[in-house]
Design a protein around this ligand. Structure first.
Ligand SMILES: Nc1ncnc2c1ncn2[C@@H]1O[C@H](COP(=O)(O)OP(=O)(O)OP(=O)(O)O)[C@@H](O)[C@H]1O
Ligand SMILES: [Mg+2]
Length: 305
């Protein structure tokens, strides 16, 4: 597999703020890659460095083999970025904006592709509308079209679904999946972890300017091997074996909650032990771990001493 984005020892300081502290990883061609992290972790800074909008204080970054500083034009040509902030010129119409962006990449006769993009993004009837007259969700769609005018092999979406309605969100994911199937590399940042869990093959988690995890989704999920088992009993006043008692995390008059290590203990074993101890089972509920648990464990803010 070849590398789409190579990130080597990237540092970024904004005055006293050390926003990126030696981040290093590769994104492979054809991946659907998730870049996750809490507010202020450094995700947009890294994306802005990819796009050549922000200069790294140290380290190097290349897109499709082109260094973002030394070969800025080629690197920029290989990349489409949908920014987190909605930045646009309010006085241009949608079509004018897309033509202007095409011209920026040296594409003069790009109207066929512009029309196709407008149709895919349900903007056909807005081609001649001014940007300032569009709703927030429509503006975001135009920015996606803008990122795609030059058919870049790598598309970066910085929180594209923040503040968009359910229908548009579905629509955006279909669009991203379609591009991914066609061979584009997709890099996505999102605060909706279920989105990352559903879409991404590999996920990087940054926290406070540092890479704290980089793994396949399956491997990340497997890190959190604990599941939660809640048993509702007629009476919880029973004597459990020590091995099981150690696993109880909540206990009241009719409810016992266990944290179970998938490897070490299975649910059947717990049920047998509870019944052997005279417990009468009324109900049970199992919670499987999700990406959210893994994310929370990796990005927890330690209270400052
Ligand atoms: N232009 C700037 N000038 C000064 N500090 C900045 C600038 N841009 C970002 N920062 C700081 O760098 C750090 C990382 O910000 P960044 O926007 O990259 O985070 P993020 O991970 O994208 O967060 P969010 O999830 O909120 O979008 C923050 O502490 C932020 O205040
Ligand atoms: Mg951001």
């Amino acid at each position: 597999m070849s590398v789409a984005v190579s990130i080597k020892n990237i540092h970024k300081c904004y005055g006293d703020v050390h926003a990126l502290k030696g981040v290093e990883f590769d994104i492979q061609q054809g991946e659907f890659f998730g870049l996750l992290g809490p507010n202020g972790a450094g995700k947009s800074t890294l994306i802005n460095i990819m796009a050549g909008l922000v200069h790294a204080s140290d380290g190097c970054l290349s897109v499709m083999g082109h260094d973002v500083v030394k070969s800025y034009r080629q690197a920029r040509q290989s990349l489409g970025v949908v920014p987190q902030e909605l930045v646009y010129d309010p006085f241009f119409s949608v079509r004018e904006l897309l033509r202007l962006q095409s011209g920026y990449f040296g594409l003069r006769k790009n109207d066929d592709w512009i029309d196709e993009l407008l149709s895919i993004l349900n903007l056909d009837d807005k081609a001649d509308a001014n940007m300032q007259d569009l709703s927030g969700g429509m503006k975001r769609r135009v920015l996606i079209a803008q990122a795609m005018v030059h058919k870049p092999p790598v598309l970066v979406l910085d929180e594209p679904t923040a503040g968009v309605d359910v229908e548009l969100r579905q629509h955006l994911w279909e669009f991203a999946c379609r591009l991914h199937k066609q061979g584009h590399t997709i890099v996505l940042t999102t605060h909706y972890l279920e989105e990352a869990e559903a879409l991404c093959d590999r996920i990087a988690i940054v926290n406070d300017g540092e890479l704290v995890a980089l793994d396949s989704k399956q491997a990340l999920l497997a890190r959190c091997a604990e599941r939660k088992l809640t048993l509702t009993l007629a009476d919880t006043n029973i004597r459990l074996p020590d091995r099981l008692r150690e696993r109880v995390v909540e206990h009241d008059s009719n409810r016992l909650v266990f944290r179970l290590d998938k490897e070490a203990m299975n649910i059947g074993e717990v049920l047998q032990a509870v019944q052997a101890a005279g417990g009468q089972l009324v109900d049970l509920h199992i919670e499987e771990p999700g990406l959210e648990e893994v994310f929370m464990a990796l990005t927890r803010r330690e209270p400052k001493a």
